[in-house]
Design a protein around this ligand. Structure first.
Ligand code: GAL
Length: 639
């Protein structure tokens, strides 16, 4: 696959007289793709049924004639005001019971059938008009599901849909009472109609109730997306996609992704470092204008799995954004670095957000490739350089990594439902695992709990899998030479009860969780030989040998043939030890990477990506600051 570049464009924001020149400039820059349409409903249909699509016809034609491939967005993330007047109860409701008002975007509840019907209607109108248009080469459905905390809604529509969903899941109210343990505190129900949404209770609602609601909320996103997929499939052969976000776990992306052809995501490295990561101030300062060296790669690898190998960056940060607490500019070279890094991880397309900075409304401080007065912004020059890099690079073929991590959205829902220890976070645990592997020079694949190919990896890490069970254990051990579970693995059943066979309930490892402790963030439990566990400790017994121990001789890591259990949440130093032990066991070589330098192997190349502002020497190569060195692998496929 030969990677390409693109840009997000809003023709409705600019006089039509500018479109042709914009299109020519995009093509001259070397961009191949342009995404349009996703927020333009009020211009497509200013009043119910009053369609104005002639401008969109001309915009698509202008862009297509300039040689650009169009990604057409369905505009359902921004229902116009009249849609709300028609469906006054379509608004999402927050946990406090307040309806979220009109005046920005994403003001809809995923469960409102009237709104879903409006979305299907507008998607059908667009599909009928543009489904066979030769310039429309892909479709984006909606925009960033879940953005601005919009997955979970406590609306009357959600309540009605939840009761129905529960009746299909449990069949009878007796089965639900049993599964949830509602005898506790006399919470038993006589009918599904008595069940409320789990908020505004006096103290915590039953965790089984909350987890069911979280599953339901995820299913509603899947169903919402599927409604538009179903209508577009019959009207176009172009691929369907959605643009996911960074560190967003409220719905199961694997399930949404299963209905789509390509996964895309929106990468804002500098914004994410300042508002989406728990890292120390020194790290934030060192990478203030570059972003965290692992955050982008983590999501590239995750969304490669969500897209079953096909993925893009749909929105790439081009300069300062408007939405983080502070918004520094990328250092020179970073826009190109982020683009090449995405390509190294398998992106088919990297598309910048946005073409020209808007002079009005909420995002007027958000940079684009052009300034509002139409002059080139620094990112335009870097995009052009990246085009040259990609021409020199040719095709990039992905190779299966030797190491994989299982990512499970439902585990995050379980943990947030009953944290047990403040500050203990599923994403953070998985991210720490990923960082340790990247520090050791490994390329990493992600896996869902349902798609674990047989005999494919040397090591699979499955940190913090809330529910395991025999089938998943078998898949994990059949997928690799060494599966590493824990901490907090096999801790609950599907209905949030302690499993009958105890925790973690593994058949391949004689180990039992006797006690769970959680620790405050300033306390760590040292492990003999170096490193420590933080936040969460599973106190283990059982005959499996201790591979690492705490000072009191209890196990920090237990292991037998092909399966290990990690009995605490490792800090950085302990993660490095665990990765080194695992590599040794599985016959893999650790390549210790300097701070800020990362390595990505494809079938035919090795990319050395330097997030530091200064040059770094590694393995005989001098990699400039904010730069990427690309080495040919010879012979292909071998390290
Ligand atoms: C994304 C969103 C875009 C734009 C951008 C600003 O979350 O999809 O529409 O708001 O952020 O950084």
């Amino acid at each position: 696959m030969k990677p390409e570049l693109g840009v997000c464009y809003y023709p409705e924001h600019w006089p039509e007289a500018m479109w042709a020149e914009d299109a020519t400039r995009m093509a001259e820059t070397g961009l191949s793709w342009v995404r349009i349409g996703e927020f333009s409903w009020s211009r497509m249909e200013p009043r119910p049924g009053d369609l104005h699509l002639d401008w969109l016809d001309r915009a698509i034609d202008t862009l297509g004639t300039a040689g650009l491939k169009v990604v057409l967005g369905t505009p359902t993330a921004t229902p116009p005001r009249w849609v709300l007047d028609k469906h006054p109860d379509m608004l999402a409701v927050d946990e406090q019971g307040n309806a979220r008002k009109f005046g920005s975007r994403r003001h809809y509840c995923f469960s409102h059938q009237g709104y879903i019907d409006e979305c299907v209607r507008i998607a059908r109108i667009m599909g009928e008009r543009y489904g066979r248009n030769p310039h429309v080469a892909a479709w984006q459905i909606d925009n960033e599901y879940g953005c601005h905390d919009t997955t979970i809604s406590y609306s009357p529509s959600a309540l009605q849909a939840f009761r129905h969903w529960l009746s299909t899941q449990y069949g009878t109210i007796a089965a639900l009472n049993e599964a949830w343990g509602n005898v506790f505190w006399s919470m038993e129900y006589n009918s599904f109609d008595q069940i409320e949404l789990p908020h505004l209770t006096v103290t915590d609602p039953n965790p089984a109730h909350v987890l069911a609601f979280r599953r339901f909320s995820s299913d509603q996103v899947v169903a919402f997306n599927r409604a538009q997929v179903d209508v577009l499939r019959s009207l176009t052969d172009a691929p369907l996609l959605h643009n996911y976000m960074g560190r967003t776990l409220e719905f199961d992306h694997f399930e949404v992704g299963a209905d789509l052809d390509i996964a895309t995501w929106d990468s804002y490295p500098i914004g994410f470092l300042s508002d989406r990561l728990e890292v120390d101030e020194a790290h934030k300062t060192a990478f203030l204008q570059q972003g965290d060296p692992d955050m982008q790669a983590f999501h590239h690898d995750l969304y490669r799995a969500v897209g079953r190998g096909r993925w893009w960056v749909m929105e790439q940060q081009p300069g300062p954004v408007n939405w983080a607490p502070y918004n520094p500019a990328p250092l020179p070279g970073m826009v190109r670095l982020w683009s090449l890094e995405a390509v190294a991880h398998g992106a088919e397309v990297v598309s910048y957000f946005r073409w020209r900075q808007a002079p009005f409304a909420q995002e007027q401080m958000h940079a684009g490739l052009l300034t509002p007065d139409n002059r080139p912004a620094p990112a335009l020059i870097e995009a052009r350089q990246t085009v040259d890099d990609l021409t020199n690079l040719g095709t990039v073929q992905q190779a299966r990594a030797k190491v994989a991590i299982v990512f499970d959205y439902a585990s995050d829902w379980a943990w947030t439902t009953q944290p047990q220890g403040a500050g203990f976070d599923y994403f953070e645990l998985v991210f720490l695992t990923y960082q340790a592997l990247r520090r050791a020079g490994f390329s990493v694949d992600f896996l869902s709990t349902t798609d674990i190919p047989k005999s494919s990896y040397a090591v699979i890490f499955a940190p913090g899998l809330a529910t395991v069970g025999h089938e998943l254990e078998q898949k994990l051990t059949a997928g690799c030479d060494l599966a590493i579970l824990g901490p907090r693995a096999g801790a609950i059943t599907h209905d949030f009860q302690i499993p009958e066979q105890g925790r973690p309930g593994l058949s391949g490892l004689d180990c039992h969780v006797d006690l769970v402790e959680t620790l405050p963030p300033n306390v760590a439990r040292p492990v003999d030989g170096g490193g420590a566990a933080e936040h969460w400790i599973d106190r283990l017994s059982g005959d499996a040998p201790n591979l690492l121990s705490y000072a009191d001789s209890t196990a920090a890591l237990k292991g037998a043939d092909g399966i290990w259990y990690l009995a605490g949440s490792p800090n950085k130093a302990l993660w490095d030890r665990v990765v080194a032990l695992a590599a040794e066991e599985a016959g893999l070589t650790v390549n210790a990477m300097p701070v800020g330098l990362r390595r990505r192997e494809t079938a035919d190349h090795e990319f050395l990506i330097n997030y530091n502002a200064h040059p770094v020497d590694w393995n005989g190569h001098a990699i400039q600051g904010c730069d990427v060195t690309i080495l040919k692998r010879n012979p292909p496929g071998k390290t």
